[in-house]
Write a protein that binds this ligand. Structure first.
Ligand SMILES: CC(C)(COP(=O)(O)OP(=O)(O)OC[C@H]1O[C@@H](n2cnc3c(N)ncnc32)[C@H](O)[C@@H]1OP(=O)(O)O)[C@@H](O)C(=O)NCCC(=O)NCCS
Length: 171
């Protein structure tokens, strides 16, 4: 089955989305559209080809990180400013009917690829994720995200690491 990922629009059906985390389901159904209209977050949705039903989504927005919050080993790989620009993957979820088939990875890599392309236009030195629970944090650690020392469900990956995954971004 082929899939597509695109910005959330009026034609997408979000009513049946069920990822197993009620807050993430409710966000997609009731808040994501408003966040998009107000430029608070950009929601991207995953659908099967030819379908309008949303089976996965993630959100992107900008943020900043205090350099002192990061582990020393990572901080040394970043610019020496007190605050550095970053992109936040605020939410990422897949309908539970589709778990365990590689689509979570597909969503995450699409988000990271989009961040890499964007960083060539508006700089961001890192991508941060907010994991809703410990299991989600493990998912991100599987992809080499590093937890913030004081906040293990907030994780971080340098843009330089991401760029190596996507060496020739399409502009
Ligand atoms: C987290 C989530 C997106 C994973 O999606 P998925 O489609 O089941 O995961 P995939 O099948 O793509 O798995 C990709 C890889 O991640 C690993 N993985 C999946 N969930 C994992 C977890 N909780 N901990 C560690 N690794 C995990 C898989 O083993 C697989 O690795 P492999 O290719 O080396 O075997 C999905 O379970 C989900 O939406 N959960 C509910 C919402 C949620 O918790 N979101 C997290 C952000 S708040």
């Amino acid at each position: 089955m082929k899939h597509r990922i695109e910005i959330l629009g009026k034609g997408h059906d979000r009513s049946a989305f069920d990822c197993g985390v009620p807050e993430l389901d409710a966000y997609l159904r009731t808040q994501a559209g408003q966040d998009a209209r107000r430029f608070a977050a950009a929601p991207y949705v995953l659908c099967e080809q030819g379908q309008t039903r949303v089976i996965g989504y993630y959100t992107l927005s900008t943020m900043s990180i205090d350099l002192v919050e990061l582990p020393q080993t990572l901080a040394t790989r970043l610019p020496r400013y007190p605050v550095i620009p970053a992109i936040l993957i605020g939410r990422l979820a897949l309908d539970r009917r589709f778990h365990g088939q590689g689509l979570g990875e597909h969503l995450l890599l699409d988000a990271l690829h989009r961040c890499a392309r964007q960083a060539h236009v508006v700089a961001a030195a890192a991508v941060v994720v907010e994991a809703m629970h410990d299991k989600a944090a493990h998912f991100y650690r599987h992809y080499d995200f590093t937890p913030f020392p004081d906040s293990p469900r907030r994780l971080f990956i340098p843009m330089q690491t991401i760029i190596k995954l996507f060496p020739k971004p399409n502009q």
